[in-house]
Design a binder for this molecule. Sequence first.
Ligand code: PLP
Length: 366
Amino acid sequence: MNRPFREVRVDLSAVRDNIRTFADRVGVEVLAVVKANAYGHGAVPVARAALAGGATRLGVVDLTEARQLREAGIEAPILAWLHAPDEDFTGAAADSITVGVSTLAQLDAAAKAGVPAVHIAVDTGLSRNGVAESQWRDVFARAAGYEREGAFTVEGIFSHLSGTSAPDDVRQGERFRTAIAVAAEYGLQPPLLHLAATGGAWMFPELRFTMVRAGIVTYGLSPFDAKTSADLGLRPAMRLSARIVNVKHLPAGEGISYGYLYRTTQETTVALVPLGYADGIPRVLGPGAVVSINGTEFPIAGRVAMDQFVVDVGAHPVSVGDEAVLWGDPEKGEPAVERWAKAAGTINYELVTRLGNRPVRTYVGD
Ligand SMILES: Cc1ncc(COP(=O)(O)O)c(C=O)c1O
């Protein structure tokens, strides 16, 4: 079989090992966050690998993502926490999806649909989703009522950190403790209390409560600017590559790609990489992004276009069909995705997650 010429290769053994490393460190139950197609890695295979690595639950954003996992035959508990306005939870009930609720209306809808369990999302200072503090008592009172009637089990209370600073995260932890205490006044004592995702859970034992949510760590990437994957004992699971589709020799003074942001300064060779912004490669790119071809790193020459970009390989012998690795595991000599993220003024999360569907996902280490 021909290898795909644009490939996202995902190492499922890395996913398993990363979850194991994280679970060992945190010492509490781990929910693997596989939303957004598992941060671009492929929801179903990653979910299976994360469960094999010791995650006991899966987290997704919405019910469509949850359905995809159930359709693939995954039976582990799934929590979904962001819903359409006027969401009807009948499908969630049928699929046995645990619903994260942020409003009274969602509580009512969950009870009406007969979902098995809910986790109440409380806002502790991110000001995003979650019940505002002024509404905690109303929501807890109504949830306790539903639980007493047997409509559903209130299985969890959760929140999400801003990651702004240690004092900010610790303050959110205190508000989370207050929320748990207020819920207890209404007779709610759910077993699953979860506040921290990768960064908070890694850094602060006191913020781990009874469960943590493993997002970026699952994929072997660091949430910290100053720490690499290897510093944390993780292995990046994703390797993005494409095969060179054209090689040509150019004289000095030729402009390359739209707007001629790059001009050859001497006679040289350029190679064409068939990935562009339609595939999620950033068009806005400062210096620092490189590809590795036959073990040598080359910077990007000129603008990234919709489907392709060029690298100036100088006098190096590069041929059509050679593989250009954009990012992978630096321990294997591949560029780190963080180098691209820095060049694009963004974070590793965004680059892996936003890859399009043209690069074919392949899986190793199953
Ligand atoms: C509610 C919630 N929990 C957990 C996560 C996972 O975070 P991380 O990837 O930093 O572990 C996210 C990611 O955005 C999230 O929105």
